[in-house]
Design a protein around this ligand. Structure first.
Ligand code: SAM
Length: 270
């Protein structure tokens, strides 16, 4: 592949476990940029050794983001090219890079995404879910009440979140407490030797949980009968006032936060 590396910041996705999941384009960029900004050089060096990447590595983690961003910006100003990678997956997805991207854009340079592995997408591409949409939470808050709030507030959405192995069990117990019926999918150690992907009611997930390795979790939207009934009631009222379907969808969505697809479903059935 002929590389045409520009004076730009390349945000390069790297594998989330299986080192085979590096794209040809990512490899080309990592080999040919002037410098790679990485979270932990010890981690990225493993990838570089496997693929014969000899590019200079400079650490760029959340504690040094602001200071280091200026250094990488200086490289660009000298006409050089920079790639940013994270320890695993896609940079800027619950990983550093935001400050650098902001500074680079402000300075008028291009940001070129090199797509690839991402834990949240890897889980979503392997489980069946109702509805197309999903809400990515990133890491949940640390405080129990706030975690409960996230689960309760998002009952009618598919929500996906990251969690560290030592907090996973506790987090799932909080979910079980506030939403005992929740259908839940977990992706553990995705793309690795002991990969586990499972969808089950939350009680079963907890009972069979192996609390080791890396996790990403999807809590499926509730097909809540109560919500359906509330929508039906309101749709009927609005229809009796001769309000058109399009306006009904907008009114109920804006004022009651019912999902648009649910309102349309009810309108279709009535
Ligand atoms: N930027 C990464 C991405 O694109 O997925 C995510 C980085 S975030 C700091 C790390 C979290 O992603 C882990 O705590 C875990 O929740 C999730 N994760 C990363 N690799 C994973 C894997 N192989 N299997 C399951 N979850 C993973």
């Amino acid at each position: 592949m002929a590389s045409e590396i520009e004076t730009a910041l390349y945000t390069v996705a790297t594998p989330i476990g299986n080192l085979g999941d590096l794209t040809f384009r990512a490899l080309d960029v990592l080999k040919n940029v002037d410098v790679i900004a990485c979270e932990d050089t010890r981690n990225t060096v493993k990838l570089c050794e496997k693929y014969g990447i000899k590019t200079r590595l400079i650490s760029y983690h959340k504690f040094s983001e602001t200071k280091r961003a200026e250094l990488f910006l200086d490289y660009l100003k000298e006409g050089k090219s920079v790639a940013i990678v994270s320890d695993a997956g896609t940079p800027l997805i619950s990983d550093p890079g935001e400050i650098l991207v902001k500074r680079v854009v402000e300075a008028g340079f291009n940001v070129i995404p090199i797509c690839g592995a991402c834990a949240v997408i890897t889980l979503l591409q392997s489980v069946q879910r109702t509805g197309e949409s999903f809400k990515f939470i990133g890491f949940l808050p640390r405080i129990k009440g706030q975690i409960e709030n996230v689960f309760l507030k998002n009952k009618t959405e598919n929500i996906v979140f990251y969690e560290s192995p030592n907090r996973m069990e506790e987090t799932l117990k909080i979910l079980a407490k506030v939403r005992p019926q929740a259908l839940t999918s977990i992706g553990r150690e995705l793309t690795k030797k002991f990969e586990e992907i499972k969808t089950a009611p939350i009680a079963d997930i907890i009972q069979n949980l192996i609390p080791k390795g890396e996790f990403v979790c999807l809590v499926h939207m509730e097909q809540d009968i109560k919500i359906d009934n509330q929508i039906i009631e309101k749709v009927q009222t609005l229809k009796s006032l001769k309000i058109c379907d399009k306006d009904i969808v907008n009114i109920l969505h804006v004022f009651f936060e019912f999902p648009k697809n649910k309102i349309k479903e009810v309108l279709f059935k009535l």
